[in-house]
Write a protein of this length. Structure first.
Length: 419
């Protein structure tokens, strides 16, 4: 069995759904497990619903109406009037309406997962129905029936053993199976999510549980590029890289692959292909155990809107293991991920994403025991397989506040000199 994953950009409108059908026809007769993300910017829209509902930032019903209209517009272009899928979409969205009619009873993260995960249910049911209507017989499977997790909402951990038992109990009637990405389920039957952009991870979970032949992620780029086209004018495709290189790029923030995707595939030697859903004849990028091509092309990873936080003991004593233990505990408490860290004798510095719902509380807690200074609006640039020319290329008119180098990787926290 092969596993395909279609992200939000690949199912963003009616024509994109038709393109999914075109791709699936090229694999007619094959056993394919298809993982699909929410359509277009639906996740962003549902996040606005959650913020309006939980934090009173706007009107939750108005934000939900925008999500509903977006999906109705797509359905109207794919199906005849009064098709059963219209009721399916409405009934799915009613579940959110029931939630937001009452005051929140759980934490923000809990409410987030119950609401935002609905985006994937909508997309998969629409696409499953469209494929069936157009001769591509498939079976819709709810991923919550077999991806079992703990109750760490928004960052759920997979129970691999239980998930493997559950997937073997599924009653499968078609060669083509369709499920939603991003989501899982607790032992109490509450929905969890696996982290933002977690549908790649879902695809690798499915592949691991089923010992799949391969995983293919369909993207709007020709493969894994050595830089994000949003930040770099001249990008090159990495034709072939290893699991190790892909894991490094994902860890440092490369947007093309979710960081958790690689490990399950590497554990079972399952190759990962990243291909273009626009240019179907292109080969894309293959990721497997072969390392010989890893260093041929330098890769650039840009993380914008960073905060550089420096922490020092108030009595100017050395930073020791005990201090670091307390600092890490504080980051864990606020669920803030560290993108880079560095310490000197009396200072410990970290670079993190500027998450407005987390960073102020983190800094306040750190202030209780230590001196804390921070700089906002930073950039974190990582260069894999660097030389001086590549460093010079990204540091023009920049002030570097922190720099790290290893044999293969250079990392710089910096800002515009004009700021």
């Amino acid at each position: 069995m092969k596993v395909f994953k279609f992200g939000g950009a690949s199912v963003r409108d009616a024509n994109s759904v038709k393109n999914v059908a075109k791709i699936m026809r090229k694999h007619e007769g094959e056993a394919v497990f298809v993982v699909i993300s929410a359509m277009g910017k639906t996740t962003n829209g549902l996040e606005r619903v959650v913020n309006a509902y939980f934090r009173k930032e706007g009107n939750a019903f108005e934000e939900l109406e925008k999500v509903k209209k977006f999906h109705h517009d797509i359905v109207n272009k794919l199906f005849p009037a009064k098709h059963a899928i219209f009721d399916e979409v409405n009934n799915t969205l009613v579940e959110i309406e029931w939630v937001i009619e009452d005051e929140p009873t759980g934490t923000f993260d809990f409410e987030y997962d119950q609401i935002v995960s609905v985006g994937e249910i909508l997309s998969t049911k629409i696409i499953s129905t469209y494929l069936n209507e157009n001769g591509i017989k498939n079976q819709w499977i709810d991923c919550r029936d077999f991806i079992k997790t703990n109750n760490t909402y928004r960052e759920a951990k997979v129970d691999w053993e239980l998930s493997e038992q559950c997937i073997k109990q599924l009653k499968l009637s078609e060669k083509v199976l369709i499920t939603q990405g991003f989501s899982g389920c607790t032992s109490e039957n509450y929905t969890t999510t696996l982290g933002r952009e977690g549908s790649d991870f879902t695809a690798s979970i499915v592949a691991y549980l089923l010992d799949a032949e391969s995983v293919t992620i369909w993207k709007d780029v020709p493969g894994v590029l050595n830089a994000d086209p949003k930040w770099f004018d001249e990008c090159e495709k990495l034709h072939h890289i290893s699991y190790l290189e892909a894991a490094e790029l994902a860890y440092y923030g490369a947007s093309v692959i979710h960081p958790k995707t690689i490990k399950p595939l590497q554990n079972k030697h399952i190759p990962l292909y990243v291909r273009s859903f626009v240019s179907l004849e292109e080969e894309g990028t293959v990721i497997n155990e072969e390392t010989t091509s890893d260093s041929l092309i330098p890769s650039f990873i840009f993380r914008m809107n960073q905060v550089l936080i420096s922490i020092s003991p108030r009595d100017y004593s050395f930073i020791m293991e005990e201090n670091l233990s307390d600092i890490f505990a504080c980051f864990h408490k606020h669920r803030v991920k560290i993108n880079l860290m560095q310490n000197s004798a009396i200072s410990f510095s970290v670079c993190v994403d500027n998450e407005p719902d987390k960073i102020p509380g983190l800094i306040n807690d750190l202030h209780q025991n230590d001196l804390v200074r921070y700089n906002e609006n930073m950039e974190l640039v990582t260069i894999r397989h660097y030389d001086q020319a590549t460093i010079d290329r990204v540091t023009v008119d920049k002030e570097i506040l922190l720099e790290q180098k290893t044999r293969h990787t250079a990392r710089m926290v910096m800002k515009d000199k004009s700021v």
